[in-house]
Design a protein around this ligand. Structure first.
Ligand code: BMA
Length: 329
């Protein structure tokens, strides 16, 4: 059975596995960014090699289910002169008619988010994702999980991110609050305050943004991941949803009390990092003339499972909004 307002898996198997990555024999493919434009779904896959190097590889699909994966990794051009160990977890946003990408960078100074423009040859069929041009690094604090809103708010660019303030035993630094910031030029960002916090002792002790927010008549619909740390034992990564005010996204209008997707399939429970569903890309099947996703649109969520494969789960936009609006018991 499934509870209304939870995400329903598209079949029992992962959507993409390492076998879909041509020529590399990698260890895993996971945490994809996603965007739907021009009647196609584009993914930016995170691919991990046997040497634990991180690659990003574009993929394209007409139906959002069967993907053609590019034969070579994305080239990142123009990175500033810092040492980058990993460039990963791309989030894709169409903004001002330009495909923008935000990635997390593990650097010698800690974790940073970088903004890129898709600048490849659009005739190759991957929306220019095979070459990204560096735009900016966000701030000078340790932070991860940054997502751009798909349009300006009050005339300014808006972004959510998750400052890293908590050291996980044996793991990366993490955080328990998502913040909003604004920019006039996508280069300099000003903090606009905290949006939401995790709930210690429950499913979402640590949190971070998932895919970029989706505009609905009820507010920005935003999926995020929550981590139950279980006192430094195995971490469990799950998915929740929140509704943010359209004009002031620091105002939370509703939030799912429970997770709406959690590791249950074997390929979510076991893998390189067990017990992980990590939502990073989302598409909707339609938008109205003003860019709002209607209640009956299908929300597709592309997620990494156990840092090893890509899963797909879905529901209607309206069902997830209703789950956010439910009163707490
Ligand atoms: C988080 C990020 C994700 C990863 C997850 C589970 O901190 O690093 O990229 O999928 O951990 O390992």
């Amino acid at each position: 059975m499934s509870i209304p307002g939870t995400l329903i898996r598209h079949g029992d198997a992962p959507l993409l596995t390492r076998h879909h990555i041509p020529g590399l024999d990698p260890s895993g493919v996971f945490n994809p960014g996603a965007v739907r434009c021009g009647g196609k779904t584009f993914l930016m896959l995170r691919v991990q090699t046997r040497g634990r190097r991180t690659l990003c590889i574009p993929a394209v699909s007409v139906d959002g289910l069967a993907f053609k994966v590019a034969s070579s990794p994305t080239h990142f051009a123009g990175l500033p002169d810092i040492q980058v160990f990993h460039n990963y977890d791309a989030r894709l946003t169409m903004l001002d008619g330009q495909l923008r990408i935000v990635t997390a960078l593990d650097t010698d100074r800690g974790c940073r988010n970088a903004i890129w423009n898709a600048a490849g040859d659009s005739t190759l069929g991957f929306a220019g994702l095979e070459r990204l041009e560096f735009l900016s690094l966000i701030g000078d604090q340790d932070t991860r999980n940054a997502v751009l809103f798909p349009e300006r708010i009050g005339g300014r660019y808006a972004m959510l991110h998750r400052p890293n303030e908590t050291a996980l035993e044996g793991g990366p630094v993490s955080g328990s609050a998502i913040s909003l910031c604004f920019s006039d030029d996508l280069l300099e960002w000003q903090d606009a305050g905290k949006v939401m916090s995790g709930n210690f002792h429950f499913w979402d002790e640590l949190i971070g943004s998932g895919p970029p927010p989706i505009k609905t008549r009820n507010g920005w619909l935003h999926l995020y991941h929550g981590v139950a740390t279980h006192f430094q034992s195995t971490n469990i990564y799950q998915t929740g949803a929140v509704l943010l005010d359209l004009n002031d996204p620091t105002k939370v209008l509703g939030r799912t009390q429970d997770n709406i997707l959690e590791p249950r399939q074997n390929w979510e429970l076991a893998g390189q990092v067990p017990n992980v569903v990590f939502p990073s890309g989302a598409t909707t099947s339609s938008t109205d003339s003003e860019g709002f996703a209607p209640d009956d649109a299908i929300l597709r969520v592309y997620y990494g499972a156990a840092d090893t494969v890509v899963g797909l789960a879905e529901n209607t936009v309206g069902a997830i909004i209703a789950a956010c609006q439910q009163e707490l018991d």
